[in-house]
Write a protein that binds this ligand. Structure first.
Ligand code: LIP
Length: 265
């Protein structure tokens, strides 16, 4: 078994363990704290799930680095070859409200390149996986992006930040996109937006302000399913902007959001 395949196996095992815990042990009274703004929330389940994932991974690979949204950060890579990038609950607000659109996202990075990714959606029992250079799968079945090539026919996902001023700017960008596409979907979990793009449930996606833990695993899944997932003008995707679409749709969506200044507050 190749190293990426072994890393993917560990990512899947940890994601399934954490996902089942989050679904089965979700308490009625979630304890909520806030982070960057009063609506950027974290619950005791986010931190508990991240601890579960860290324990599961470190029991097999104690020397790897880890970057987790809730603070499981054993230093950046600091020279360590393998780094795990973890979002224990992507779609935390959906989880808080009991909306079935959230995931556990785990990516394995080797020498700075993500080679394996797992995104588990426990509410639907859907496990999205990918291994660089091999493929992308939903519950073990190969997946691929839609054939949509026209912006006017495209169902496009997006999302909004937690800061009111940024949301106002994002609303302005949205008014420029909405008349030119089939429709917009704001589902609340970037990892699932990208996985849904990977299996043809969305044709395009863009969002500003994401954390690397939101998209690292799902970006690999989407690219291995035939999507382009980039920043503007050939840059890598980042918190500045992530744009994704099939090879035929991507240029039109990219040029539209670039023209609208979607990478600026
Ligand atoms: C969420 C993203 C989503 C974005 C939300 C939030 P979190 O991540 O997955 O795409 O629109 O504002 O950032 O905070 O639930 O891990």
């Amino acid at each position: 078994m190749t190293e990426p395949a072994r890393l993917l196996e560990l990512a899947v095992s940890a994601a399934l363990t954490a996902g089942e815990f989050l679904l089965d042990a979700r308490p009625a009274d979630l304890v909520v704290a806030t982070k960057s703004t009063p609506t950027d929330v974290v619950t005791q389940m986010d931190t508990a799930a991240e601890r579960l994932i860290s324990t599961a991974i470190r029991s097999s690979r104690p020397d790897d680095a880890m970057l987790g949204e809730e603070g499981q950060d054993a230093g950046a890579s600091d020279g360590r070859r393998v780094r795990w990038i973890v979002d224990p609950i992507d779609g935390t607000v959906n989880y808080l409200y009991g909306l079935p659109q959230w995931s556990v996202s785990i990516a394995a990075e080797v020498s700075g390149v993500v080679v394996a990714g797992a995104v588990f959606d426990p509410s639907k029992g859907e496990l999205f996986t990918a291994e660089r250079g091999v493929g992308a799968w939903l519950n073990g079945v190969p997946i691929s992006v839609s054939g949509c090539s026209e912006l006017a026919q495209a169902l496009v996902g997006t999302g909004f930040g937690y800061d009111a001023a940024r949301r106002g700017r994002q609303a302005q960008v949205l008014t420029g996109v909405l008349p030119l596409v089939r429709d917009i979907r704001r589902l609340g979990a970037a990892s699932l937006d990208l996985c849904w793009l990977a299996c043809g449930r969305l044709d395009g996606y863009f969002e500003r302000g994401l954390g690397v833990w939101d998209y690292s695993a799902a970006a690999l899944i989407a690219t291995q399913a035939g999507a382009r997932v980039e920043g503007l003008h050939g840059r890598a995707p980042s918190g500045d902007l992530l744009v994704a679409g099939s090879g035929r749709l991507f240029p039109a969506l990219h040029d539209l959001v670039a023209e609208l200044g979607a990478d600026r507050d």
